[in-house]
Design a protein. Structure first.
Length: 372
């Protein structure tokens, strides 16, 4: 992309972002592009914001399911080290005393990492926690604490009683419990808590100082909150065993560093374990709509499935992408080796779960335009 083209794309993206924020009170948005190693970051907030501060590249946001590509990168590192195999059945690594149905115990690590296990979105116990909060029978009222209440014993119970949405390996369905199970298995394989594993495997080698779950007091001071209609800061989500599938917090600078490391791994022949792992996560495992039926109409758009990452076809080649959503935050990250573009977005708003239907397609479109 030429400098003139890049300036035009950035200008168009910024206009789109301002239009998105114009109808949202106290919303924030940080958009980052790394083009051939040069970073371009735009920080915005609603024009009539009364409470939300103007964010910057060091502002801390929940990144939701973007966490999944960090988890699959850890998986690929452990596979490279011979500690786990993609075709291992999950029963090999889960506690032996679990009474897993044969069709559940035979699900493979690869199938968890590619959403082809046949498992539904969440387990029965997890759904019960969500329903309790929605009905207001379990304080605090609202869907705030179900991830924190859901522990490994609940995960085990859900796996023991799970019923597949379709036969394993014969369909695609985005699964929170599937990726959460994968992350827990990585803990069991290494004997380390997920956050420590993340730090040693990815964050320390790349210098990611703000990608984590547990925040220091200084980091807490950099968290950008969403605000409700009464002007009160909205609560953050907290996690236990489901942390690996969607509980991380990060900054624009860290997310761009992660995308740049993925780009570097693909072009310079670096043979480090982490670089090999990053390349491994962006290998095609199947063509979603061509290979599998797509039960979720919202997820039926064309894509290629990697380990966590989804490959998007566009005129210049293939780019890899993953969105993220929590109750009050939206995020996304993408890499395109051909165009040498890394992309990231983080945002906050009091109605992010509603906004995802607008912002996720919009940010994916921004990424595609930046890669042309």
């Amino acid at each position: 992309m030429s400098t003139v083209d890049l300036d035009g794309v950035l200008s168009d993206i910024e206009k789109d972002a301002e239009e998105y924020l114009a109808s949202r009170d106290d919303g924030t948005l940080v958009i980052g592009l790394s083009v051939k190693g040069e970073r371009h970051i735009r920080c915005l907030r609603s024009a009539r914001a009364e409470h939300a501060p103007l964010p910057d590249a060091e502002s801390v946001y929940e990144i939701g399911s973007v966490s999944k590509v960090f988890t699959t990168t850890i998986l690929a590192v452990l596979e490279d080290q011979g500690l786990i195999g993609l075709d291992d059945p999950i029963r090999k690594h889960l506690p032996k005393q679990l009474r897993l149905p044969d069709e559940i115990g035979s699900i493979t690590i690869r199938q968890l990492a590619t959403h082809s296990s046949g498992l539904g979105s969440v387990g029965k116990q997890h759904q019960r926690f969500i329903d309790e909060e929605l009905r207001g029978t379990e304080p605090p009222f609202g869907v705030y604490t179900h991830y924190l209440r859901y522990r490994k014993e609940h995960l085990y119970a859900d796996l023991e009683t799970a019923e597949l949405e379709y036969p394993t390996g014969q369909g695609w369905l985005y699964s929170v419990i599937g990726m959460g199970t994968l992350g827990h298995i990585l803990e069991l394989v290494t004997g380390q808590p997920y956050e420590q594993l993340l730090k040693e495997t990815i964050c320390e080698p790349l210098g990611l100082t703000d990608t984590c779950y547990s925040l220091s007091k200084e980091q807490q001071g950099r968290v950008v909150h969403a605000y409700d209609r009464a002007g009160q800061p909205c609560p953050n989500w907290y996690h236990d065993v489901m942390l690996p599938q969607g509980g991380l917090r990060s900054t624009m600078n860290d997310l761009l560093t992660f995308t740049e490391a993925n780009l570097k791994a693909g072009i310079d022949g670096d043979d480090s374990v982490l670089s090999r792992a990053m390349r491994r996560t962006r290998e095609e495992h199947f063509d979603g709509p061509a290979a599998y039926p797509m039960p979720d109409a919202e997820e039926s758009r064309d894509f290629i499935q990697g380990l966590g990452w989804r490959g998007l076809s566009h005129p210049s080649g293939r780019a890899w992408w993953h969105p993220g959503t929590t109750l009050f935050y939206l995020a996304g990250a993408g890499v395109d080796e051909h165009a040498q573009v890394g992309f990231a977005i983080v945002s906050s708003h009091g109605r992010s779960l509603v906004d995802q239907a607008v912002l996720h397609p919009l940010q994916q479109d921004w990424f595609r335009r930046a890669c042309q």
